[in-house]
Design a protein around this ligand. Structure first.
Ligand code: FE
Length: 199
């Protein structure tokens, strides 16, 4: 498949999932127009981990999951916490690329959209960012926590909202997880790890 076709398929599968989920459409409408742009791919080994993970299974979102896996090699895999000493331990196995945003095949002034993969047995420590955020689990399950709310184990079809600068984190145990993540507002500040002292 040509790269543009692969990206168009991905966008269309994710739009279908997004628009069918009331929590996502309540968070922000899916942009009516997104602008295609060139993406400079950046491969990371977690891409192959995601594509070959035999335990990554979805019932309702198989098409979206496959589209995320298929597009993987053409995408710009993020290295958000690589420069952070605390991040060294988990960043190799934290897989994330943007579908709508910077270094991604599409852009929009109103929404950012990411695919996020974590293999089984990964602890993604508390972090924060000014953008408001929603996670929708597409496959697998994980424990999600956020400041001021009880922990939740979320599986396929379940979503969680993070307010601006609310510290939050995720842990997988016996299963991997694949999420669709959307951001609204304050796009241009990257996430930082939350230290013990600031929550
Ligand atoms: Fe976040």
């Amino acid at each position: 498949m040509k790269q543009e076709d692969c990206h168009d398929t991905l966008l269309s599968r994710l739009r279908d999932v997004y628009c069918a989920h009331p929590d996502m459409t309540a968070f922000a409408p899916f942009p009516e127009h997104v602008t295609p742009q060139q993406v400079r791919s950046r491969f990371r080994s977690v891409c192959d981990m995601m594509r070959n993970d035999p335990d990554l299974r979805s019932i309702a979102y198989t098409d979206a999951m496959r589209a995320i896996q298929d597009a993987g090699p053409t995408m710009h895999w993020r290295e958000t916490y690589k420069e952070d000493a605390e991040g060294a331990g988990f960043m190799d196995r934290l897989g994330c690329y943007a579908v709508i945003g910077n270094n991604s095949p599409f852009t929009s002034p109103s929404l950012r959209l990411f695919a996020l993969y974590m293999p089984a047995g990964l602890y993604y420590p508390s972090h924060r960012h000014p953008a408001e955020e929603i996670y929708l689990v597409l496959a697998g399950r994980a424990r999600f926590w956020r400041d001021g709310a009880p922990d939740q184990i979320l599986s396929e079809g379940e979503a969680v909202f993070h307010a601006s600068n609310q510290a939050h984190g995720t842990e997988t145990t016996d299963s991997p997880v694949l999420c669709l993540v959307a951001w609204r507002n304050h796009f241009d500040v990257l996430p930082v790890l939350a230290t013990d002292t600031d929550g």
